[in-house]
Design a protein around this ligand. Structure first.
Ligand code: SF4
Length: 381
């Protein structure tokens, strides 16, 4: 029997080329709350305290480079660098007021500009920060409204404004700390609800910025669903409501948001905030000559706010080029305030800071051309 000729061995099949590992995008580490960062660390076998350490470096020591995190191993810093950037903001311009306030224009990664203001007091700083690029609310007396809404800020972009302002203050050798943050810069904060709330977590976290809820004021034009959500989610902040009118007709003329949510609905949402978190609400009232400042409006304001734990903050109008409105005289503002006080309503008259640099309330608008090719500064060095 003829033996079968052995068949030549077929060459081994070539191994399929190794599929590249899916690459995770490099993310802004400041978009993470402490809880989120802790989960990320745990998924990589790290203890929870590692996230707390990183948080302190980010928000208390304002590091600009992962290598400054000296109590974290080199290998782990390298891992952080591969997955995250530090979300730094480029200072595109600074203007200083005679009263010591400084307005910063920050360039975002996409070249858009936002503004934030650092305001000195005797013992501390208050900062005013933005929540959106531009604003959709269209309030007639506000410069920012003219930009329209360009986009929401991310959580990281919101908190980095406070971090950068704290760093700027320290760069000058000033050891005063930031004690108050007000969301009265560009944008309607409740229109960017999720990112706002994450930013509030970071700003209030003891390992983060460490501010008490009474030191953070969120100002809204009156987005009723947002106020309801704050109440439902038990978000603790000081609430300021931009009221600016005592009848729907008057308020709708100044603030288009009132065509959707009328004064009665707005005030009901304020009354519905559960009492444990219903700290004194501030109602802001801009003093426009012949428009809002009639003394009969002061009396109507008293009736509207009856029974609400609140105060009224009268805001002298800061005119800007092209505005159809004129400011009330200081004497008239004081007269309006006197009527409120006589009727038992707590009322203050705001001293606007930074008026000479267009940094006062309603004046934030980036008149600076968008920074060409603006980029994160040395985010991953
Ligand atoms: S006042 Fe506030 S809510 Fe109204 S347009 Fe200006 S930034 Fe937006």
């Amino acid at each position: 029997m003829q033996e079968d000729t052995p068949k030549p061995l077929s060459p081994p099949e070539a191994a399929p080329p190794e599929a590249p590992l899916p690459q995770e995008p490099v993310r802004n580490i400041k978009d993470f709350t402490l809880e989120g960062l802790t989960d990320w660390m745990k998924a990589r076998g790290q203890p929870a305290f590692r996230a707390r350490q990183v948080f302190q470096w980010l928000y208390q020591k304002h590091v600009r480079n992962f290598d400054e995190m000296t109590n974290i191993s080199k290998d782990f810093r390298e891992l952080l660098r591969r997955h995250f950037h530090l979300g730094l903001l480029e200072v595109a311009a600074v203007k200083e007021s005679a009263d010591g306030s400084r307005k910063f224009a920050f360039a975002l990664e996409d070249g858009k500009l936002i503004e934030a203001v650092l305001m000195p007091n005797n013992t501390h700083f208050t900062v005013c920060i933005s929540s959106q690029v531009g604003c959709a609310m269209g309030c007639g007396f506000c410069s920012t409204a003219r930009m329209g809404l360009q986009r929401n800020l991310t959580t990281g972009e919101i908190v980095q404004q406070a971090v950068e302002l704290a760093r700027q203050a320290h760069l000058d050798g000033d050891d005063r700390i930031i004690r108050n943050i007000v969301f009265m810069g560009m944008g309607e904060p409740l229109h960017n609800y999720d990112n706002l709330v994450s930013a509030l977590h970071i700003l209030q976290d003891d390992h983060g910025f460490g501010l008490s809820s009474r030191r953070i004021t969120v100002s809204t034009s009156g987005l009723v669903p947002g106020i309801n959500r704050l109440a439902r989610d038990d978000v603790r902040i000081m609430l300021a409501v931009s009221l600016n009118g005592v009848t729907d007709e008057m308020r709708s003329r100044l603030m288009p948001v009132n065509r959707r949510w009328k004064i009665a609905e707005l005030l009901q949402a304020c009354r519905n905030i559960p009492s444990p978190n219903r700290t004194r609400i501030t109602f802001e009232y801009v003093m426009l000559e012949g428009e809002t400042d009639g003394l009969e409006n002061a009396r109507k304001l008293v009736r509207l706010l009856h029974g609400l734990k609140c105060k009224v903050n009268l805001i002298p109008y800061n005119p800007h080029p092209g505005s159809p409105y004129r400011p009330s005289t200081p004497e008239h503002c004081r007269e309006f305030q006197r009527v409120l006080l006589e009727k038992g309503l707590l009322a203050t008259l705001r001293i606007s800071k930074g008026q000479d640099i267009q940094a006062a309330c309603g004046q934030l608008i980036t008149g600076i051309p968008a920074a060409r090719g603006a980029k994160r500064q040395a985010t991953t060095a």
